[in-house]
Design a binder for this molecule. Sequence first.
Ligand code: FAD
Ligand code: NAD
Length: 470
Amino acid sequence: MAEYDFDVLVIGSGPGGYVAAIRAAQLGLRTACAEARETLGGTCLNVGCIPSKALLNASEKFHEAASGALAKHGVKLGSVELDLPAMMADKDKAVTGLTGGIEFLFKKNKVEWVKGLATFIDAHTVQVGDPSTGSGRTVTAKNIVIATGSSVTPLPGVEIDQKIIVDSTGAIALEKVPGHLVVIGGGVIGLELGSVWGRLGAQVTVVEFLDQLLPGMDGEVRKEAGRIFKKQGMEIKLSTKVTGVSVNGGKASVTVEPAKGGTAETIEADAVLVSIGRRPNTDGLGLDKIDITPNQRGQIETDHSFRTKVDGVWAIGDVIPGPMLAHKAEDEGIAVAENIAGLTGIVNHDIIPSVVYTHPEIAGVGLTEEQAKERGEIRVGKFPMAGNSRAKAIDDTTGWVKVIADAKTDRVLGAWIITSVAGTMIAQVAQAMEFGATSEDIAYTCHAHPTHNEAIKEAAMGVNGKPIHV
Ligand code: FAD
Ligand code: NAD
């Protein structure tokens, strides 16, 4: 009889956990995955990436039709109406299809789904069940992967009721378009979901503590993003902090003041979205039983192989340091399974693209211009989408591409793109960087015409010379 029930037990079935479980099973390991939610797929599939992108797409279609923007392309429409329940149902269908897809993949790969909340008893034993009733089952595994993800960071003193004061989960399920939506936090969630409701007719005010939107992104990108969203009608209050939110008679009053202190002001709103970041999920996991203490940011520390300090216990995804992104979690899921199987699983944390799925999309990979300058001499090539023939042909010329290269070696250090399909384009630069490409390598690669990606080639040409089309 085997010493353990499983070779691998993964806790959490988000993009980190489900990918780790499937890869481990593919490598011949007896694998189970504990998940407390009713459906598999974690934050990303249930309440994150997928429903938000479904709504971004649907709201963009509505806005294009309702704003009359299609008329100049020769598409004349009669009256356009919003059917919000239908839009939400369509979004829910996308979620159900994908979460059900993971269940199918688990069955196909013989990964057992152990339903319930997992709590460590010791480093190889976990209780999985419903802590409120004490029901459940004890599962043992030679290796346990913590992939418990993250949850919304609360704003002290502000209670989320998911009706008037919502977090991202409430904001993807509002029953009507708010007249005025105040978004607290001008990061990725605030701008994506603010865009959704703005396109559907809400007046949107974004309150951001810092002096620019989108912390962590390239400085020029952050400034340009501010200009673009303002032009789209969002009111953006930078260097402003929220000091309180109260609800009265179905309306919210948001009190704000300058981040450095000063005169307070009250903003009336029909809905308030709290999107000030996310924090790792470690509560109730019983980490004390295995002598793991999260760091100051609540994250579980690992080495480059995703081993924690406890033998047989590994961790990946949002619960460990690094950007809280689904593709980062997925890559770590594959790597941890390969490491457990005795192979060499590596994730290059220097080359993880990030994308904001607004219109236009905003994407980046590698170093920002500021970070690159700090490391040494650089050269920068920039190309406006207004010079790109495809963008011109489809009247989609907002934005630009910036390629940053080392001045001595010409090696590409980073790239930043603002345009409608930036999220798809950035993969090209990520791959080039992964292969150690120089800007010259990109500039001398033949790109199909007419494509948005030609703007990357032209920006790369600009690093050491001149682009053709400006
Ligand atoms: P999660 O997806 O959070 O999954 C963890 C799972 O573990 C959860 O299902 C949870 O129920 C379960 N769990 C936790 N504790 C236990 C326990 N003790 N026992 C059993 N189960 C447990 N990222 C992108 O890259 N692109 C995007 O477009 C994008 N959009 C987003 C939009 C929104 C609105 C949000 C909120 C997030 C978005 N993200 C996006 C971030 C992305 O969702 C996360 O980075 C990703 O889901 C992290 O994956 P994970 O596997 O680490 O954890
Ligand atoms: P974020 O960290 O992107 O942005 C939070 C913003 O809130 C920051 O700009 C911060 O300065 C601001 N802030 C913090 N406290 C504040 C306060 N009291 N008042 C005003 N502003 C305040 O966090 P998020 O937008 O909540 O997203 C959480 C995570 O989810 C991110 O790490 C992101 O990586 C991930 N996510 C990714 C995508 C994507 O990849 N497209 C989409 C959504 C979410």
